[in-house]
Design a protein around this ligand. Structure first.
Ligand SMILES: Nc1ncnc2c1ncn2[C@@H]1O[C@H](COP(=O)(O)OP(=O)(O)OP(=O)(O)O)[C@@H](O)[C@H]1O
Ligand SMILES: [Mg+2]
Ligand SMILES: [Zn+2]
Length: 565
């Protein structure tokens, strides 16, 4: 009968167990010195050798030539234990025997001497599944067992083992197996099986297991079943639904080219090929994580599990991004992965997730932005006008204070370069223009747009640009004619579709209109700045502060004189 590779090549001695050196050494010494504990906890990731090691301990203790750390493998005990049929080695699957009755039975069983061998060894797999009261039933037995009993609790979730039990056992944690050692082991197995393969294919298989030897060996089984005696990386990838670096690089290429439609096409292709968005997003997180690690620790980092050719390619790709960019992309891809777990519309979620990464764009480093502050005042504007590049600072949409009457902010400009021409308009077009200029501009734009009533209303209103924001004040009776839509339409007509604006209705006093205060920059006081205070006025009038606000937008809530406090 065919036996799967993982079982066929299950290690029969400590030497065959990959990694886990700290555990092997301790157990060997304990056996050699005859200092066997009665309770052990083997914890760690699935498929890393817990059950295997427990069986090897059983072999060592019960071999006719033992106890020895090198079981003979040929005596009756060794043969039976290896085949899983020894009466004195009792394997219990706690996933299905987790209740109090099973543990009571076990407690009874422990009391009887071994039938033939030296020790009675209880290997309890998935021990974390045992219920609390069942654990309590075991407590006394584990604390004071008869001299012949040894308990080995295997678990992937050691934190679920009650402290009362854990404190009576020796605890060993199994680590996930090293990528390169695993590849070497699989190469050996392939040679013995007469299967031809190469480094890249083995890397794909090793990655598929994510540190679990059993999972990688199962993948190898599957690959041999599919491809026969000659394994081919591309075929194996397709079989396992793994994505090669080329597939993943399409995402980063689209991100660096700011190409949203390429990202959408990618999702479409995935869907048509029957790929799973969840799986894709998981692979994407892993890929971005690898890029980030490569960026931080270099191409040769052992933290990245990939073949040398893949590592080289990743180093090349990572060079095109900053560490901050990659960190943010990783966060986005992890969020996406999380969201997809609960999504009813995985395709749409994937599309949104990828587009969000794109829209996050690349941030301008804060140092660069601050460096602009100390330049000539005009140096700020050209940077904005060169906006089609993603690295140009994005104007921030600052929500208007809630208390302000009828205040609207148009939607934040899309950062995508595809849409940049509109957003490229400088928000702050030089010094504030005189009142009439803006009013007339808006009025004629409204006429052009066929908004006759609004145009009439505008002729009674005042309009001025204060701190990057257009303040429109109109008599109350025009409330219906100067709504958000009308003003947006007019701004679009004159080429300022993203300009923030605010409309206030009330009395219009030409002398005290916002324009008057806006006319002298030193006395700039709008509803958004703490007015009336001389310190505040001086601070806000400072050219450096003004440029900072032009660059970053936002609202100054409070000005404090540090010398006084
Ligand atoms: N450290 C290792 N060295 C060599 N082979 C291993 C190792 N770990 C696991 N294997 C292989 O994987 C198979 C499963 O291992 P094992 O049953 O010991 O895993 P486990 O840690 O008990 O996993 P689980 O938590 O899923 O029960 C073994 O038959 C063996 O072929
Ligand atoms: Mg196991
Ligand atoms: Zn033996």
């Amino acid at each position: 009968m065919y036996q799967v590779i993982a079982r066929k090549y299950r290690p029969q001695s400590f030497d065959d167990v990959l990694n886990q050196d700290h555990i092997k050494t301790t157990l060997r010494n304990a056996i050699a010195q005859n200092r066997i504990a009665h309770g052990y906890i083997f914890s760690g990731q699935r498929g890393t050798g817990k059950t295997t090691t427990a069986r090897i301990v059983a072999l060592c203790l019960n071999c006719e030539k033992g106890p020895t750390d090198k079981p003979c493998g040929v005596c009756a005990s060794c043969v039976e234990i290896a085949a899983g049929g020894a009466v004195d080695v009792i394997e219990i699957d706690a996933a299905s025997n987790r209740g109090i009755n099973e543990m009571r039975e076990l407690r009874e069983n422990v009391r009887y001497q071994p039938a033939r061998d030296r020790y009675k060894i209880f290997i309890i797999d998935e021990a974390h599944q045992i219920t609390n009261e069942a654990f309590n039933a075991l407590l006394k037995t584990i604390e004071e067992p008869p001299e012949w009993a040894v308990f080995i609790l295997c678990t992937t979730e050691s934190h679920k083992i009650p402290a009362t039990i854990a404190s009576r056992c020796q605890h060993f944690s199994f680590r996930s197996v090293d990528f390169h050692d695993l590849i070497d082991r699989m190469r050996e197995i392939c040679t013995q099986e007469g299967v031809e393969t190469d480094d890249e294919t083995l890397a794909v298989l090793a990655q598929a297991g994510e540190g679990s030897v059993r999972d990688s060996l199962s993948a190898l089984d599957q690959a041999i079943a599919c491809c026969g005696n000659k394994l081919d990386a591309a075929q194996v990838r397709a079989l396992l639904g793994a994505f090669g670096i080329d597939a993943m690089a399409q995402v980063t290429t689209a991100l660096s080219a700011n190409d949203g439609s390429a990202l959408l096409a990618l999702v479409d292709e995935l869907e048509r090929n029957g790929g799973s968005p969840q799986h894709f997003s998981r692979e994407l997180s892993r890929y971005v994580r690898n890029l980030l690690v490569t960026k931080i620790s270099g191409e040769q980092s052992r933290l990245v599990t990939a073949s040398p050719a893949e590592k080289k390619e990743m180093a090349r790709i990572a060079a095109a991004f900053s560490e901050e960019d990659l960190t943010r992309y990783l966060q986005f891809s992890l969020d996406l992965f999380r969201d997809l777990q609960f999504s009813m519309q995985p395709r749409f979620h994937l599309e949104i997730g990828l587009l969000k990464m794109l829209q996050a764009g690349r941030l301008q480093p804060i140092e660069e932005a601050l460096a602009n502050l100390s330049g000539e005042p005009r140096a700020v504007a050209p940077a904005r006008e060169a906006a089609p590049s993603v690295s140009a600072p994005r104007p921030m949409a600052v929500p208007a204070p809630a208390a302000a009457p009828a205040s609207f902010a148009p939607p934040a400009p899309r950062p995508s370069a595809l849409q940049r021409p509109a957003a490229a308009q400088p928000l702050y077009a030089g010094p504030p223009s005189p009142d009439d200029d803006w009013r007339e501009k808006l009025q004629s734009a409204m006429i052009k747009a066929g908004l006759q009533f609004s145009a009439d209303a505008m002729s009674q209103a005042s309009a001025a640009l204060v701190n990057n924001e257009l303040l429109i004040t109109a008599p109350k009776q025009f409330q219906l004619d100067l709504g958000r839509e009308e003003i947006l339409a007019a701004l679009k007509q004159i080429g300022h579709p993203t300009l923030r604006f605010k409309v206030a209705f009330g009395e219009v006093k030409p002398a005290a209109s916002p324009a008057a205060s806006a006319a002298s920059p030193a006395a700039k006081s709008s509803p958004k700045t703490p007015a009336g205070d001389e310190t505040a006025e001086r601070a806000l009038g400072h050219p450096e502060v003004q440029r900072f606000r032009e660059l970053f937008g936002g609202e100054v809530r409070n000005v404090r004189n540090l010398k006084e406090s």
